[in-house]
Ligand binder design. Structure first.
Ligand code: USQ
Length: 391
């Protein structure tokens, strides 16, 4: 997407060494493509896994909405990779536990409370426990729905055991928590994207505040989502691995800490950033997505709490830690500021969103003003390395 990680990503070797110094174990790394069945089978033959934590998918909704090539690539990549894992499990590790990363976005935003995967329903006098309807909002989110159906079916027919994790929006720079828990080794920082496709809302807001660009609220900004810091995401995955279901069981965890509207998030970032001497601004821009901007949102998230999940930090302190980690990389982020404004639209066109408000500070533009980006007819066709390689 023309962006880069806001935090430099250390070499694999440096990250393994840093990991070993904190966790006393040296992970074995194999690089390969999950859509290549031979690679997956070889890996399973070597590792004979007891548990598989499957995070190996394209995670971006906007990326999947660019055009037919991207939509189809994302669905093939995600669904084929998961199918290869399921067949490798059947043939080589039938007792193993699959912890599969899904997304809260599979449910969409129905005008109902959202249970953890299943609900009791009564229809024409009969009752059953059925999967809660999925109403995903992008081709990417639908790829996760199709995965969920495939994993559920594989548990039924192959007797596999799986936990499907409906994760909310993850944020943060530190896997291992604050410096009070572990010394913060920069080699252990996660990758942190801020472009329109791979940057998630809160991560983008922090990067925008660090370089003095306005935080971009899409539309009304009242879209509500579940959020959790990346270190707690690790804690939840660990809890799932340590507490496997019975053979043949497919269970669903809704994995997030608290829900916030996008405006609430921006206000939180603004408060912490101001306190740190930055000059944060918040602006509303045309929403490039088709999504409800005001809606009911009350998902259950009891399963992980029952297993002992304890949120380890409040969002304000995590935002502060993120800003502290990002500030030294101001120039690295600023050099790519042109990837911040979205132009991938859910109707398939490419047009940079204009501002919807008057702005509240110097350089924030005037109402409806198109940002200083290429206009639609001047946009160069995108050369996408993933697709170029895949064709
Ligand atoms: N949004 C803004 N301004 C921005 C970016 C996003 O207002 O600059 C809004 C979006 O319109 C949306 C919400 O913030 O309403 C969340 O967008 P996002 O880009 O942070 O997250 P999303 O596209 O939903 O996807 C992310 C991850 C994905 C994961 C999902 C969990 O990229 O891998 O599955 O979060 S969830 O949102 O619960 O479906």
């Amino acid at each position: 997407m023309g962006g880069r990680s806001a935090l430099p990503v250390a070499s694999v070797e440096a990250r393994l060494d840093a990991f070993e110094s904190v966790c006393d174990t040296h992970p074995h790394v194999v690089q390969g493509d999950l859509t290549d069945r031979d690679v997956v089978y070889r890996l399973f033959e070597e590792a004979r896994p007891e548990a598989i934590v499957h995070l190996g998918e394209c995670p971006s909704a906007p990326y999947s909405m660019i055009d037919a090539d991207h939509a189809i690539w994302v669905q093939r990549n995600n669904i084929e990779g998961t199918m290869n894992v399921l067949y490798a499990m059947r043939d080589l590790a039938p007792e193993a536990h699959l912890v599969k990363l899904g997304t809260m976005g599979e449910y969409g935003t129905p005008n109902l409370d959202i249970p953890e995967g299943f609900f009791e329903v009564e229809y024409r006098g009969r009752r059953d426990r059925l999967p809660f309807p999925r109403q995903a909002g992008s081709w990417y989110h639908w790829s996760k729905v199709h995965d969920s159906n495939n994993v559920m079916f594989a548990c039924r027919i192959f007797g596999l055991r799986a936990t499907d994790v409906m994760q909310g929006v993850v944020y943060g720079t530190r896997f291992f928590g604050s410096s009070a828990d572990h010394p913060v080794d920069p080699a252990l920082h996660t990758r942190l994207d801020f472009d329109q496709a791979f940057g998630t809302a809160l991560n983008r807001f922090c990067c925008q505040s660090v370089i003095g660009e306005p935080m971009t609220l899409f539309g009304l900004g009242n879209q509500r989502r579940g959020f959790l810091p990346i270190c707690d995401s690790m804690q939840c995955l660990t809890l799932a691995v340590d507490n496997p279901p019975e053979a043949g069981d497919y269970r669903v965890f809704n994995q997030f800490e608290e829900t916030y509207t996008i405006s609430e998030l921006a206000s939180k970032v603004a408060a912490v950033a101001s306190d740190m001497g930055l000059d944060p601004r918040i602006r509303r821009i045309e929403n490039p997505r088709k999504e409800l901007e005001e809606h009911h949102y009350n998902p259950d998230h009891d399963h992980l709490l029952t297993l002992g999940y304890q949120p380890t930090r409040d969002m304000d302190s995590e935002i502060r830690a993120m800003l502290e980690d990002l500030l030294p990389h101001h120039d690295r982020i600023a050099a790519k500021r042109d990837v911040l404004l979205p132009d991938i639209r859910w109707d398939g066109s490419r047009r940079t969103s204009g501002f919807l408000d008057a702005g509240n500070g110097a350089g924030s533009g005037s109402p409806g003003e198109a940002p200083n980006r290429d206009q639609p007819d001047q946009v160069e066709p995108m050369i996408d390395p993933v697709l170029a390689g895949a064709r």
